[in-house]
Design a protein. Structure first.
Length: 333
């Protein structure tokens, strides 16, 4: 049961929704079964047209609904929810993710065990392939790209709590002061990689992230934006450059740049084979056009960096080529 107290709850759970009423209903049903009681639910609806707003209003009056007049995207939608949240901590949950009953209990307990950590990653299972991971926290490759740790690997092999580079906003937990220190999501991303950018900025400010394997959710990956849709290709391959230009310290940027170009070439070949080559190129062109704006943001971000380049270098995974090839070959099949 969700707490009925008028005082500030311990946790605010934020769901950003757009035209997925059935998925939203299952996510909210999962929250209603939580063993942890002291939390509020905020649904930020991005101008849905499928009856989601009416569903929340009529069936779940205890949910705080923020109904927007336009689709503001995942990044801005979450920012609106965070600014309206009353909780001492913030949990983000995708509308297409279903939490286990102990999800919040496990995250709150992990935050108590790790007072030195600022944010926490859930164990995210593939909804349609039980036993396989969607993500065990985010990692950074030596090509300057974020990848999902443990993606499509066995959950049983990722049951150890550990520090990771970042958290997927699909199911993440943040101390309230995290946003005071790091800032909010960059709304220029609209959707895709906005959480990678936030995690990288957090690392630069010395904020650590813990993967919590017993904080479990099941996720229908790509159901909102569409796996390999034109929008997905455009957003992801424009925004990956946003992360790279804004956040990598200068020496590490140039050291990583050749591998980053190789990654882009491999991605272009793959998406060209899917008939999305022009969309990919348009994404890169728009990223180039945004460089003056990105450099202005970069200057502010790098000026507040509190960790060394050597530490960041130690966080980069060198095995990115076989990882990318395995994933692309699987999708081609």
């Amino acid at each position: 049961m969700v707490s009925q107290l008028e005082t500030s709850p311990q946790v605010s759970v934020i769901i950003v929704n757009y035209n997925h009423k059935d998925y939203l209903a299952e996510a909210l049903a999962g929250l209603q079964k939580q063993t942890f009681a002291d939390f509020e639910i905020i649904v930020v609806d991005n101008a849905s047209t499928d009856g989601s707003v009416e569903f929340v209003q009529s069936l779940l009056p205890k949910v705080r609904l923020i109904a927007l007049d336009e689709n503001t995207g995942f990044a801005k939608g979450n920012n609106i929810g965070i600014r309206n949240a009353r909780g001492k901590s913030i949990a983000l949950l995708n509308n297409d993710a279903v939490p286990d009953p102990t999800w919040l209990d496990e995250l709150v307990a992990a935050a108590q065990r790790h007072p030195d950590a600022a944010f926490f990653a859930s164990q995210i299972e593939l909804y349609y392939e039980p036993g396989l991971l969607d993500s065990a926290g985010d990692s950074m490759s030596a090509a300057g790209t974020i990848f999902r740790g443990g993606h499509r690997e066995r959950i049983a092999d990722y049951m150890e709590e550990r520090f990771v580079f970042g958290a997927q906003a699909c199911a993440a937990f943040y101390r309230r002061e995290f946003f005071d220190r790091v800032g909010h999501f960059d709304e220029d991303y609209f959707c895709v990689y906005e959480d990678a950018d936030l995690s990288y900025r957090a690392q630069l400010r010395g904020c650590r992230c813990v993967y919590v394997p017993r904080a479990r959710v099941r996720h229908r990956g790509g159901s909102t934006i569409g796996r390999f849709s034109s929008r997905y290709v455009y957003q992801s391959h424009r925004n990956v450059e946003y992360v790279f230009v804004k956040n990598f310290p200068t020496s590490l940027f140039w050291r990583t740049f050749p591998a980053h170009l190789l990654y882009d070439w491999m991605a272009f070949v793959f998406f060209a084979s899917k008939g999305q080559g022009w969309v990919f190129l348009r994404a890169k062109w728009d990223a180039l056009r945004a460089i003056p704006r990105l450099l202005a943001k970069r200057k502010k971000i790098q000026a507040t960096r509190q960790i060394t380049t050597e530490y960041l270098k130690s966080q980069l995974h060198q095995d990115w080529v076989p990882r990318v090839l395995r994933e692309k070959i699987r999708h081609l099949r």
